[in-house]
Write a protein that binds this ligand. Structure first.
Ligand code: 13P
Length: 336
């Protein structure tokens, strides 16, 4: 087993999942302002150290993705954030792209940037304790989109990123996110997601990326959030599994879904059915941002000193997601 494969498996085995706490300062400011908390470095740290000190970190969370500001911060109890993460047995990860920018000649679409100087930044993150990374490409669905141009150049960037990360002895999370915004059907989401993922793997293979040492972070197959044609959770799970079975090479050890704007319960229920129905050899788990932290953030915002209440809320969500990753979640356990 390669070193990278071992790290990947440590992050996602035994029902453990990934906490995506890598909101950029811009995104975190939006999240904090929405609950009437001032977005300062101190408040961003306080929320994150509260979450990362929760009991469920030990049994549920295999890896945490951080943003540049957070990986360099020290907690109020004098531990660095990467030390706090490893003290619960989880692996520290870091978002290394520098954001999605307008794509020239297809201005309504995005290209994710961050390749310049990447190798040097990776070396610094490794020294700070990071052992895995994230890069997110984003695609929207409409009649014309995603265009071949967006599909090709984002796949190319993801592959160059993944190859450079592996060279620096870290596991790249490869995240091609097809957004749920729009009125498209689940079948359209299926077709476009398949095309996007297949192109990513063409490029990863061309760039000689070791597929046993990556984690794929895809969207689930859903109808658009404005669509008239909703499908059942069971259909979401069947379509998602079929799409991944057809487009992901067998060497990939695991798939960790993003929540992408689904509610906490939706994201949990869909993952539960995916895991229950999973006949592939891929480990299936979660890499949620909003679907793990939304309720905890609301509770925290009511009294940022009430650590227990925030942690209880996070613990419940993390436990439900970990049950779902094993196909053992139920509505009954949810409401207990
Ligand atoms: P959400 O689960 O909130 O979609 O965030 C996951 C993520 O890391 C997006 O890049």
């Amino acid at each position: 087993m390669s070193e990278l494969n071992k790290i990947a498996l440590k992050i996602i085995s035994n029902g453990k999942g990934i906490l995506a706490a890598d909101e950029s300062n811009g995104t975190m400011t939006k999240r904090l302002e929405a609950v009437n908390v001032l977005s300062t470095p101190e408040n961003r740290l306080l929320f994150r150290e509260t979450i990362l000190s929760s009991e469920s970190m030990k049994e549920c969370i295999g890896g945490v993705i951080l943003y540049d500001e957070t990986i360099k911060q020290t907690t109020s109890f004098a531990k660095s954030i990467p030390e706090l993460i490893s003290s619960s047995g989880a692996v520290t990860g870091i978002k290394v792209d520098t954001g999605a920018k307008n794509l020239a000649n297809s201005n309504e679409e995005k290209i994710t940037e961050g390749l310049d100087g990447l190798r040097e930044r990776l070396k610094k993150y490794y020294m700070l304790g990071a052992r895995f990374t994230k890069w997110r490409a984003v695609y929207s669905i409409s009649e014309k989109y995603p265009s071949k141009l967006a599909i090709n150049c984002n796949a190319h960037a993801l592959a160059r990123y993944a190859a450079t990360v592996q060279e620096c002895r870290m596991v790249p999370i490869v995240e091609p996110e097809v957004l749920m915004d729009g009125d498209h059907s689940a079948d359209t989401c299926f077709r476009k997601t398949s095309e996007v993922i297949k192109k990513c793997f063409d490029e990863l293979i061309l760039h000689k990326v070791d597929l046993t040492g990556i984690i794929l972070k895809p969207n689930m197959i859903l109808a658009g959030n404005q669509s008239k044609y909703k499908i059942s959770n069971e259909e979401v799970s069947q379509k998602t599994l079929q799409c991944l079975k057809e487009s992901v090479p067998n060497e990939v050890p695991g798939i960790a879904f993003l929540s992408g704007g689904q509610s906490e319960i939706e994201a949990t229920e869909n993952l539960n059915l995916i895991s229950k129905n999973n006949k592939t050899k891929f480990i299936m788990t979660y890499s949620y941002g909003r679907a793990l932290q939304q309720s905890a953030l609301k509770v925290w915002s009511k009294n940022i000193k009430d650590i227990k209440a925030t942690q209880n809320t996070f613990n419940h969500r993390a436990k439900m997601c970990t049950l779902a990753a094993q196909g053992k979640w139920s509505q009954e356990l949810e409401s207990k």
